[in-house]
Design a protein around this ligand. Structure first.
Ligand code: GLN
Length: 447
């Protein structure tokens, strides 16, 4: 059924970079045998999933939507996907994304843009646009995305699905091709909060192969699927509802907050002034880490190598010039610059200090509130082709999401209706570190 739907809509949507029809069929038969034998009983047994193309999958091409990894077939599977396989998941294929997860529209993919299933003249958001569009278009039951600076929550909001970025360290990054290692987290994209909690429970684990993986006390995320927010303290940052926010998005999120208030939550406004520095701090840190992480793509170890070159340096230069797209090159140059001698203190160190201050400001807020609520993005999905020409404007669209990555906090986007053009709007629920249960509970109660 999943492949029939993919066949029907994929030429319009382009959610997938690679489909594994043969592998999926074999795997489904194997899972069916295990289910029949009573060896697989969980809720995800036999359920088809789409995986963002920056997570390594053994034997299935993993491209990061880049030319440089066009023919890269990993020899191992990422921990999060392995965890899903243990739960009986059937992988349908790998989803399209912004190249190396750099972007907010899924238009920087070497394999063509993904379209928004609600209106194919609009982008699905990014960088996990393929995963979110695939869920919205019924091309899979659920998907995995990754979120370095909003890349699960923003496209979930644009596509009208639920997407959750867990607390940093909750899901292993082993086998996730790194963008900004101190910010990257894998998370679920699903049709509702119940599915999201169920998937998170399956993928979260303590993994010694990821040095930043945390051993949590509690992995019972579905235990938070409780329809009750009586007495829950909700904070609304004034800074998330001010200038630059589309009035229709604002009204929809405010209506959704009212619903929670009517169900017994205590709502209060407060100031989160430092978030205005989140964008510059994020783009300095993420680019710095990216410039270092992407050094490994040199034509020797992985993927594409230029055909003609004259010596080693010429090979590096030609391979990387041909293999990377414009946005990736921009980030590598920016990152190399902010890390370079003489500029390190002025940019990189300053950004790290800003990151610490933002975290402290959230800590203060979470001493008072269980959940912080705002929009996931300032607008609904822009039209295709409108964002790439103005990268600064595109970066500004990440205003509400990236501070969570800087502070390591969990966040979830939940659909709260559509604008007058029929494009979905997402409400972002923000929790304190390791308090996913609060946002799951609030999201479930709202739904
Ligand atoms: N828009 C962000 C960026 O380009 C999204 C990153 C992400 O979360 N992968 O860096």
């Amino acid at each position: 059924a999943a492949f029939a739907q993919i066949e029907a809509v994929e030429s319009d949507i382009n959610s997938y970079v690679t489909l594994d029809k043969e592998g999926a069929r074999k795997r489904a038969e194997e899972v069916q045998r295990l289910i029949d034998a009573g060896e697989l009983t969980g809720p995800l047994a036999g359920v088809p999933v789409a995986v963002k193309d920056n997570m390594c999958t053994e034997g299935i091409r993993t491209t990061c939507s880049s030319k440089i990894l066009e023919n890269f077939k990993p020899t191992f599977t990422s921990e999060a996907v392995l965890n899903l396989e243990k739960a009986g998941a059937v992988i349908l294929g790998k989803t399209n994304m912004d190249e190396f997860a750099m972007g907010s529209t899924t238009e920087t993919s070497y394999y063509g843009a993904t379209k928004n299933p609600h209106n194919t003249n609009h982008v699905p958001g990014g960088s996990s646009g393929g995963s979110c569009a695939a869920v919205a278009a019924g091309e899979c039951s659920y998907a995995l995305g990754s979120d370095t600076g909003g890349s699960i929550r923003q496209p979930s909001s644009f596509c009208g699905v639920v997407g959750l970025k867990p607390t940093y360290g909750t899901v292993s990054r082993y086998g996730l091709i790194a963008y900004g290692s101190s910010l990257d987290q894998i998370g679920p994209v699903a049709k509702d909060v119940t599915d999201c909690a169920t998937i998170l429970e399956a993928i979260a684990s303590h993994d010694t192969k990821d040095s930043t993986s945390v051993k949590r006390e509690d992995y019972d995320f579905t235990g938070a699927l409780v329809d009750d927010v009586k007495g829950m303290k909700i904070g609304l940052p004034r800074d998330y509802f001010g200038e630059g926010l589309d009035p229709e998005v604002k009204a929809a999120v405010q209506r959704a907050v009212k619903v929670l208030e009517e169900k017994g939550a205590v709502v209060e406004e407060f100031d989160l002034g430092l978030v205005k520095y989140a964008i510059p701090a994020y783009y300095v840190i993420a680019s710095a880490e990216a410039s270092s992480n992407l050094e490994r793509f040199d034509g020797v170890k992985y993927g594409h190598r230029a055909a003609d070159y004259d010596g080693l340096h010429s090979m590096y230069k030609k391979t990387r010039s041909e293999g990377f797209g414009a946005e990736v090159k921009r980030r590598i140059m920016l990152g190399s610059f902010v890390l370079s001698s003489g500029y390190y203190d002025a940019y990189y160190l300053k950004a790290l200090r800003t990151k610490a201050l933002i975290k402290a400001e959230f800590d203060k807020a979470f001493a008072k509130y269980d959940v912080i609520i705002g929009p996931a993005a300032p607008t609904t999905a822009p039209e295709l082709g409108k964002s790439l020409s103005d990268p600064i404007k595109m970066y500004l669209g990440d205003i509400y999401t990236i501070s969570l990555n800087l502070a390591g906090l969990p966040g979830m986007s939940v659909p709260v209706g559509c604008d007058s053009k029929g494009l979905p709007i997402g409400m972002q629920l923000i929790g304190d570190c390791f308090k996913e249960k609060n946002i799951i509970r609030a999201g479930y109660t709202y739904e």
